[in-house]
Design a binder for this molecule. Structure first.
Ligand SMILES: [Zn+2]
Length: 632
């Protein structure tokens, strides 16, 4: 086979050898890049957790609790013996609900113990003033992974998915106490309710414009919308005082709430809740039930084998005890010195970003000044947190409880803790992404950027890589996260993280036009597994482009820098091999462009790409200068 030319396809040119050799593990949908780092962090922490559990030698009381939970999850003998028993009492509780008023009488318990309900209540930062918190209502998750599958044009995919799900539900319900007729009835009712919800709730594309979830309404109005749910009564039982305003995240759904949930649909709703509670619980029940409960997602992601109990135990515990485990990982494998080094790199990139904005000849001075204020106030979180959240002091992992009871107890503690913070001041030192997570993030409501220890590794970053390679790796990722402060969503928040327009009218118009240009750049691109949705991925594409722009500036200033190394490492970090089913699913639900496009699209907007590899009109990675998009 002829080798591809770098001028035609940077991604394949750099990663070909790896792509030819790599095999996707049977129990995962993908490997390479981020996913491979994830696997190696997982293997390291599984080894450490096993050793700690064996020796009873814990680094602190939080890790001791984490180990207890980990061991409980790994105890497959017990779970196999218990079979359906642990979930039975939760299912009976649903069966006993007679009507809307009995639901209302039990509502607080149902909310706190994570029963499926037609709405969810959360406490979050108030976007209009992020020094405060507010109460928000969300719709429930749909059975299908995105509500767009309920649109008529996706009928074929919907049928396929519903077929897979129904098959799984039948196999699980066959193990329950329900009669065969009732199994049939419960499943068809669950699907009816899901279709009603799915026809109303936002699609991933709509959700990607996340500022549109901020719709404050009076509690009185919301109580009216949610009738026959006694929402005000619920609020007074959950919070020390009933809030005056509620954020309605999905107005289309809540304005039609009564069509989904009412006295007539109550029985259907109960069956929906029963089936969902049972399927959601399978990962905490016997290995056999877990296997059945994984069938749907495995089929949708092309995964062939259920991960071992040990790997699942790790996934669960590392998410549940994220703060202690992230700190443990960061302290042991990253350390203070690396934290200082990485902080310096981030500061350098922020300074360069300011310079870029200063030189920007499209925006007015007024907008530029505000953008620079936002950069100056941006907080940096590197490596791992320097605290343990007090929520980890609550609750003890009891040997005698079933795994399911323990999981529900933990979720309840977390919920009560979140709810208790409603009237307390917001702590901006809080971490969302902990040390062991291979990812990076920008939080628009805190105006902060996070780079956990786990991503500060090769190919992203290493003292053994050249500066050019590090700039093409972690440098561009840092620039990407900074750019989220100025993407189509982030640009709506000010330097304190509150929704506040700091743009002049004319600048905003120009900015919206360039967002459209970015949508256009990706429009209609077809990959072997499907077409990209350029609106869904626009904010991430703006960020990728911004990250490249600012690091190219630094490259241009650096003596002896090699653009060849820079672009090649940029392509290396995106190398990915994934199951076709998974790639297809991502096209619908992921706000990021497919890896090959993340590697190949941004470079062609920059002069340096053309100069370094002598890319001309004849090459596939060429676009005419007037079509190139540079926003930041
Ligand atoms: Zn991003």
């Amino acid at each position: 086979m002829e080798k591809v030319r770098i001028q035609d396809d940077l991604y394949t040119f750099v990663n070909q050898e790896w792509l030819d050799k790599a095999t996707i593990p049977d129990d995962l949908p993908m490997t390479g890049g981020f996913a491979s780092l994830d696997e190696s962090v997982r293997d390291t922490l599984i080894r450490d957790l096993n050793e700690m559990c064996e020796k009873g030698n814990y680094s602190n009381k939080y890790m001791e609790n984490a180990c207890r939970l980990y061991s409980k999850y790994k105890d497959t003998k017990r779970r196999n013996r218990e079979k359906m028993r642990p979930v039975q009492k939760y299912l009976s509780k649903i069966e006993k609900l007679k009507d809307c008023s009995s639901l209302n009488r039990n509502l607080k318990e149902l909310v706190l113990n994570s029963y499926p309900l037609p709405f969810k209540v959360e406490v979050m930062e108030d976007m209009s003033d992020t020094s405060k918190r507010c109460v928000a209502v969300f719709p429930p998750r749909t059975i299908l992974p995105d509500s767009s599958y309920y649109k008529p044009e996706n009928a074929q995919q919907k049928e396929m998915m519903i077929g897979l799900w129904t098959n799984m539900a039948h196999m699980i319900l066959a193990e329950s106490k329900l009669s065969p007729e009732n199994q049939e009835l419960y499943i068809s009712d669950a699907l009816k309710i899901d279709a009603a919800i799915g026809s109303l709730v936002k699609t991933s594309e709509e959700l990607s414009e996340y500022t549109k979830m901020y719709n404050p309404m009076s509690t009185r109005t919301v109580s009216g919308l949610l009738k026959p749910i006694k929402f005000r009564q619920l609020c007074s039982s959950l919070f020390d005082s009933v809030p005056e305003v509620i954020i309605v995240t999905d107005p289309r759904y809540f304005k039609s709430f009564k069509t989904v949930f009412n006295a007539e649909t109550f029985e259907q709703f109960k069956h929906w809740a029963y089936v969902r509670k049972l399927i959601d619980s399978t990962s905490f029940l016997s290995e056999h039930l877990n296997e059945l409960g994984s069938m749907f997602m495995m089929a949708l992601t092309g995964v062939q084998k259920v991960p071992s109990a040990e790997k699942r135990a790790y996934e669960y515990v590392s998410a549940t005890f994220a703060n202690p485990i992230g700190n443990y990982y960061g302290e042991k494998y990253f350390g203070e010195k690396a934290k200082e080094d990485a902080t310096e790199i981030v500061k350098e990139i922020i300074e360069q970003y300011k310079e870029r904005i200063q030189k920007n000849n499209i925006l007015t001075e007024q907008t530029k000044k505000q953008a620079i204020v936002k950069l100056s106030k941006m907080a940096i979180k590197i490596g791992y947190a320097d605290y343990i959240d007090p929520v980890y002091d609550k609750g003890v992992i009891d040997e005698s409880d079933s795994l399911l009871d323990t999981a529900i107890m933990i979720e309840r503690i977390e919920k009560e803790y979140e709810y208790s913070k409603l009237h307390k001041p917001v702590d901006r030192g809080e971490w969302i992404m902990h040390g062991h997570v291979v990812n990076a993030g920008y939080n628009p409501m805190f105006n902060d950027i996070s780079f956990p220890a786990a991503i500060l590794q090769p190919p992203f970053y290493s003292i053994n890589q050249t500066r050019s390679e590090n700039l093409g790796g972690i440098g561009a990722v840092i620039g990407h996260e900074i750019s989220h402060a100025f993407d189509n969503n982030g640009a709506k928040f000010d330097e304190t993280g509150s929704l506040n327009n700091w743009w002049t009218k004319e600048d905003l118009k120009k900015f919206n036009a360039s967002t459209k240009a970015m949508i256009k750049e990706f429009e209609g691109i077809e990959l072997p597994w499907g077409k990209v949705n350029s609106k869904l991925i626009v904010s991430e594409n703006i960020a990728d482009n911004g990250g490249m722009a600012v690091t190219i500036d630094i490259m241009n200033k650096s003596k002896g820098a090699s653009f060849e190394e820079y672009f090649k490492n940029w392509a290396r970090v995106w190398c990915l091999k994934a199951k076709p089913e998974y790639l297809q699913l991502l096209l619908t639900i992921d706000v990021h462009a497919p890896a090959i496009l993340r590697a190949n699209m941004p470079p062609r907007n920059f002069e340096e790409w053309y100069n370094t590899f002598n890319v001309t009109k004849k090459d596939k990675m060429y676009i005419a200068p007037n079509k190139r998009v540079v926003i930041w």
